[in-house]
Design a protein around this ligand. Structure first.
Ligand code: SF4
Length: 341
């Protein structure tokens, strides 16, 4: 897959005060990407397009380079203690993506250049939990590997965590451009997870992301470079032939000897869920979507801030959990299944 290249880049004025801001500016100049100024990501003007749909599509091809202001980190259960953002939104285009509900009509890919300030905030959150080790998730608001060729921020973040005694990083991706990260001084402090799914789910719903084979090849490289490795199977769906397709997916992993190595790989299992708001937005964006969002076939679960999510009924969810766990254990007896949610 070709690396994502924005068609226009907006800089917030203070972004150019930071080394990463200047580096991205030079990168865009060299690639002859039109460079524009904006006072803030809320004030971006001039996205081309006659209709709302065309403007939305063009906004997705727009990069906004800015400074992260909010430094208080959100909790991130169940995968980590806190999450932080190197970016917001994503060049990927997954029909079920949770970001649809937060990005509104402005799905620009935003990257943040004030890494040192982000690191200071991480340090404070680590101090508050001493002497325990604190886990941080870096891919909750987008897929940072998808823009790594432009920012280089993930490598710097991995090396920063490599220098920390009590902080650990977790990242997850659907992309495969890992080459620049293979020689990073990670010290085993970053768990690199690949989001995987059946061929049906990837081909139907995960547009502009890597195919499964390329994700697994990237996972092999990362494991050989000594990173702790994991897989997130999400969103798990009960589509036609789902049992056979998930079995094929786990068999595909089994071909890679390095996944059977000494260090335990982890699996995180997340069933498909949706909110009413997300359903409405997804149906507007993808009128022909094949995503099953039939509320009658689901049960309600209360999430953060009392938000209602629709998940599979208990007996179906249990069947999914047990079946996936059985597949994993029969191929990877030493793997650690961290949770099913
Ligand atoms: S790759 Fe992840 S963050 Fe990007 S669109 Fe897909 S689900 Fe959303």
């Amino acid at each position: 897959m070709r690396l994502w290249m924005p068609q226009r880049v907006y800089f917030e004025p203070s972004a150019l005060d930071y080394p990463m801001g200047k580096q991205i500016y030079n990168y865009c100049k060299e690639k002859e990407i039109p460079i524009l100024q904006t006072t803030s990501h809320n004030q971006v003007r001039g996205i081309p397009g006659e209709t709302e749909k065309a403007r939305y599509a063009n906004a997705r091809k727009t990069l906004v380079v800015g400074v992260k202001k909010a430094m208080k980190l959100d909790v991130c259960k169940p995968s980590a203690h806190y999450q932080f953002s190197l970016m917001t939104n994503c060049p990927g285009n997954c029909e079920y993506c949770y970001l649809f509900t937060t990005q509104g009509k402005k799905p620009y890919v935003r990257v943040y250049v004030n890494l040192e300030e982000i690191f200071q905030s991480i340090e404070k959150h680590i101090e508050n939990r001493l002497p325990q080790t604190t886990l941080f998730e870096a891919a909750s608001t987008g897929d940072p590997l998808a823009v790594e060729h432009i920012t280089g921020a993930l490598k710097k973040t991995i090396e920063y965590f490599g220098s920390l005694e009590k902080g650990r990083l977790r990242i997850v991706t659907k992309f495969s451009n890992v080459e620049s990260l293979l020689n990073a001084n990670h010290q085993g402090h970053t768990r690199f997870r690949f989001s995987i799914n059946t061929n049906y789910v990837i081909s139907q719903f995960e547009h502009n992301t890597e195919e499964l084979f390329n994700r697994l090849q990237a996972a092999e490289k990362v494991a050989r470079a000594g990173y702790p490795l994991g897989f997130i199977i999400a969103p798990i769906m009960r589509h036609e032939n789902w049992k056979d397709e998930y079995a094929h997916m786990i068999q595909a992993l089994d071909h890679y000897k390095v996944f059977h190595g000494k260090s335990h790989i982890t699996f995180e299992l997340i069933q498909h869920r949706f909110t009413r708001n997300a359903k409405k937005i997804i149906q507007e964006r993808y009128p022909n979507t094949k995503l099953n969002m039939n509320e009658e076939e689901r049960i309600r679960k209360f999430g953060k801030y009392g938000r209602v999510k629709y998940v599979y009924p208990k007996d179906e969810a249990l069947e999914m959990k047990e079946y996936l766990s059985y597949l994993i254990r029969s191929h990877f007896p030493n793997a650690h299944i961290q949770y099913f949610t």
